[in-house]
Design a protein around this ligand. Structure first.
Ligand code: UDP
Length: 276
């Protein structure tokens, strides 16, 4: 195993040359980074990705590229189908830099595929599970769980009516392997996730219920992320392509996946943070 950055040319050359199949999943992700550090998001996700893909092409390795449902932006064309339009806010709003950085990766993968790269692009929908980010940071599930464990109120942005389709990690991994191994997926872009929609308020209430206690407060998105943030009202995949090509369906119900995630974070908190 090697630890390092995808912007490290020598390391990535070695790693890609040695591998049989290249899962390119490294990226700078998380809304707090998009608004606080757009420079690094773009640098790592664009320059790092081009480096990895150029080497996969050079050494003739098949590549699975982790893209994102964020590429659809705030399109209202629900459910998002792979051929649907991307609808983003202005470039002055830093939130959209991640979407754009991943879309460049997709374009670049298609460009290299024209020259012979074997690849598949996966757009993930709010994947969650044990080890998701650190407590109280990252994505909404880890933020809410951290707040529960520290006896702080759960910060629901706005009225909490905005929705996401929370996809449990085990389902995502199953889909990734199916996509990597099935020749039918080669050269394709696929949504990977559940199409079961959950509002942020429902998620907050579910986690409070699973934990047995907890308060919920409403805050504005300016309070949470400042002025360079905009939200996405609904994000739902059209899952028919992954089902047809791979036979893939995400099956873990949200209460089951969130329970496993919460239990893991409780254990982590007990053994790492509580005693510090
Ligand atoms: N959200 C929230 N409270 C928080 C963090 C996030 O209500 O403390 C909401 C956010 O506005 C969004 C949803 O939860 O609608 C998912 O946010 P996340 O940062 O996980 O990623 P996104 O799906 O927006 O990329």
């Amino acid at each position: 195993m090697y630890r390092g950055s995808i912007t490290d040319k020598d390391l990535i050359d070695k790693v890609v040359w040695e591998c049989d199949l290249c899962y390119h999943f490294a990226a700078l992700v998380g809304v707090q980074h998009y608004v606080a550090n757009p420079h690094d998001v773009i640098d790592v996700n664009v320059n790092g990705t081009m480096l990895v893909m150029n080497l996969a092409y050079k050494y003739e390795k098949k590549m699975v590229f982790a893209s994102t449902s964020e590429v659809y932006g705030r399109s209202l064309d629900i459910p998002f189908s792979e051929d649907g339009d991307r609808v983003l806010g202005p470039t002055k709003i830093d939130r959209w830099c991640y979407s754009t950085s991943k879309a460049i990766g997709e374009h670049y993968a298609f460009a290299l595929a024209q020259k012979g790269l074997r690849m598949v692009i996966l757009r993930f929908f709010n994947v969650y599970g044990p080890r998701l980010d650190s407590i109280e940071s990252g994505r909404v599930a880890s933020i809410f769980i951290g707040q529960l464990l520290r006896n702080k109120p759960l910060t629901v942005i706005g009225d909490g009516a905005q929705t996401r389709c929370y996809t449990y990690i085990d389902d995502a991994i199953r889909g990734i392997i199916m996509a990597a191994e099935n020749p039918a997926a080669e050269g394709e872009v696929l949504n990977l996730g559940t199409d079961v929609e959950t509002s942020v308020m429902e998620l907050a209430r579910l986690l409070v219920g699973l934990y047995g206690k907890g308060e919920i407060v409403s805050i504005t998105h300016e309070e949470m992320y400042g002025l360079s943030y905009e939200d996405i009202p609904r994000r739902v995949p059209d899952v028919s392509k992954a089902k047809k090509l791979l036979g893939f369906e995400a099956t873990t119900p949200i209460h089951e996946g969130m329970k496993k995630t919460l239990d893991w974070f409780i254990r982590y908190f007990e053994s790492h943070e509580k005693h510090v």
